[in-house]
Design a protein around this ligand. Structure first.
Ligand SMILES: NC(=O)c1ccc[n+]([C@@H]2O[C@H](COP(=O)([O-])OP(=O)(O)OC[C@H]3O[C@@H](n4cnc5c(N)ncnc54)[C@H](O)[C@@H]3O)[C@@H](O)[C@H]2O)c1
Length: 343
């Protein structure tokens, strides 16, 4: 708890994820949960009862008109992000919007333009960027602990949850894309996507994305709603050591393997072959900060609203992820061709 005036926040969307945001807003000591909104009265009552001081609304428009919050938190399905964010900005609120920021680059750009015009901020909930594990990976890569990165391989698969308005790429890839852009400090340049659809809606439910970053580094994402088991694993293969990030591990989320491979090409003409040497050393699992990601994220957002610089999960980051998602969608439609993220 601190003596500073709490930032008045309102949350729209009390489904699966919204209640986590409400709980962390309240626990942070930085925010006052001033209002809650869900068009579903049962959800509103269930969570409204936990925060009895918060005003309750079934209409976001009514909530914003009656009492505009300093921070509007949008935790509704993707198709509603644009309209709710624009409505919040119009009444002078800053907005924390769920991932992905919008359904298209045009929508996300419109949201960022209005924020700039109104002099307000958009933050996007790229939750993983705020985990101790991801922050440690960024630090290790920046310190050169892995050497030159060869490739990244990510698997994010489980059974469901089928989303009503987006496919598996728009639902799951934002986590991998925001994590990778953050730890590498660079944007995705091109994407190739292939997918299958095994459901009557015709949405992609299993997908494979091949990404190339501005640095030339390649990454591969496997995304699925149809896996019988849940896997959340990223492999960062480097010349000095390799790192495996398993988000499902309770205590050893990161394992750094002192394994490597080097290629001797010094005498290639003479030998007509490349000499490959392998090195196998120890594995260590560094201790990582286990603070809940949303707690760290909301602390950063509160600091940003109080004037500090924040450089993670900005509206620009949200737009960048939407650019890659849209490029992936175009690639899918074109049979897996390479599509640039910039027009
Ligand atoms: N950051 C993360 O790790 C994470 C995890 C899960 C979901 N999400 C994101 O959170 C968002 C919501 O996902 P969810 O799984 O909680 O969805 P959900 O369907 O479980 O909940 C959405 C809620 O919003 C309400 N709602 C919808 N439109 C509304 C409107 N116009 N006004 C008021 N209420 C409205 C619905 O009644 C529902 O209760 C999505 O963008 C999703 O991608 C993020």
């Amino acid at each position: 708890m601190n003596d500073r005036k709490r930032i008045r926040a309102a949350v729209v969307g009390l489904g699966y994820w919204g209640p986590n945001l409400v709980r962390n807003l309240h626990a942070s000591g930085e925010f006052e949960v001033a209002a809650l909104c869900d068009e579903n009265q049962k959800r509103l009552d269930k969570f409204g009862d936990l925060y009895p001081w918060a005003k309750r609304f079934t209409s976001a428009t009514e909530m914003l008109q009656q009492d505009p919050p300093e921070l509007l938190v949008v935790a509704t399905p993707v198709k509603t992000h644009r309209a709710l964010t624009l409505a919040g900005l119009e009444v002078g609120s800053n907005v924390l919007c769920e991932k992905p920021l919008a359904s298209s680059v045009a929508e996300a750009s419109e949201m960022l333009e209005l924020a700039a015009k109104m002099g307000k901020r958009i933050f996007v909930d790229h939750t993983f960027v705020y985990t101790g594990a991801v922050r440690r990976i960024k630090k290790d890569i920046a310190a050169g602990a892995l050497g030159n990165l060869f490739y990244i391989d990510s698997v994010r698969i489980n059974l469901g949850l089928f989303q009503p308005d987006v496919d598996v790429i728009w639902d799951l890839a934002p986590h991998d894309l925001s994590t990778l852009e953050y730890v590498l400090g660079t944007r995705v340049k091109t994407v190739q996507a292939i997918a299958t659809s095994n459901n009557p809606r015709g949405f992609a439910d299993v997908a494979y994305l091949h990404l190339e970053f501005e640095t030339g580094l390649a990454a591969h994402l496997h995304l699925s709603w149809l896996s019988p088991v849940k896997v959340r694993r990223m492999i960062f293969s480097g010349s000095k050591s390799s790192l495996i990030y398993d988000d499902l591990e309770a205590s050893e989320k990161i394992k750094v393997y002192d394994h490597g491979v080097s290629f001797d090409v010094s005498d290639i003409e003479q030998r007509k072959q490349v000499l490959v040497s392998y090195r196998r050393g120890d594995m260590h699992a560094p201790a990582i900060d286990t603070t809940e990601a949303l707690a760290t994220e909301l602390k950063d957002i509160a600091a940003a609203l109080r004037g500090a610089k924040n450089d993670a999960a900005t509206g620009e980051d949200g737009l960048a992820i939407v650019r890659t998602l849209e490029a992936a969608q175009k690639s899918l439609a074109a049979g897996g061709t390479k599509v640039s993220t910039t027009p």
